[in-house]
Design a protein around this ligand. Sequence first.
Ligand code: ADP
Ligand code: MG
Length: 320
Amino acid sequence: MDEFSLIQRYFTPLGLTKDRGVVEGIGDDCAVLDLPQGHQLVVSIDTLVQGTHFLSDAPAYDLAWRLLGASVSDLAAMGAEPRWLTLALTLPSVDEVWLSHFSEGLRAASLAYNVSLIGGDTTRGPLTLTAQVHGLVEAGRGLLRKGAKAGDIICVTGTLGDSRGGLETLLKSASDNEDVSYLRQRFYRPTPRVSTGRLIRGFASACIDLSDGLLGDIRHIAAASGVGVQIDSARLPISTPLKRYVGEEQARQWALSGGEDFELCFTLDQTHWEALQQQRPDWPVEITAIGQITSSNEVQVRFDDTWQASNVQGFNHFTE
Ligand code: ADP
Ligand code: MG
């Protein structure tokens, strides 16, 4: 099968264009898109490399979800509404079973995450998957990493550490049970917090999505905002399956530094926090206050009664 029939068979059918402002989708040299007035385009790109981001036996269907989930999570962190997707695929060979599973996963994930495939690139080489997502935000209202102020409350969505737990069950080939399958689901199927990102646009002073671990990622808010951070480890939201699978202590470590949770971490002042709590019935997912912003430039974590300075930097591909 040649490159063009491959695109035609597995990707062209995913290009839903209705009501999405797609003037030209897959098939021409470029996609052409209409932008609604008063909005800004928000763009992010993510790559998954076999051996670095996923194991060689990772199911293609799940990889599509994982790829899109990570990219759409960046849009969520900006408070943007997902719209369009471009996909760069590097494949070692044409494996039609793999392609049909990947394409099925991509169809389901792009429906779930509300992005429409509008183009891409297909090349031969070591298995590498790249998704670029495009979203819209009302002009000037995007959430940024800068803007956190001393005294602001730090919040996170959902529960932390589950994805690291899911990876562990795969590395250990743990036999399946309810907890193990919950954790694997959390690993393969991130749930980008798009509606929460939209909800907190009027409240949050800064926001980031958690891809490299809380302690590493919160450092980016601290650096961009010129502030410090205090996190109370006892307040970290941890799921019951994770606690049951690895115990309280390890779960807390993974909540602090396990990567790929794709939850949101944001800051807001006390008044806005109270206002946000008033809206709790409308929260798409639980939000937990875990600490506060300080005027130092340190990241500190409280364990029982002691505060420890953290120098965790988060995952970095080029750290020796
Ligand atoms: P060009 O050579 O002009 O860059 P290509 O031959 O690479 O164009 O692609 C032809 C069309 O198919 C383009 O519209 C491109 O966006 C689309 N396309 C290529 N690969 C993919 C893919 N993996 N998923 C979706 N669309 C793709
Ligand atoms: Mg061309």
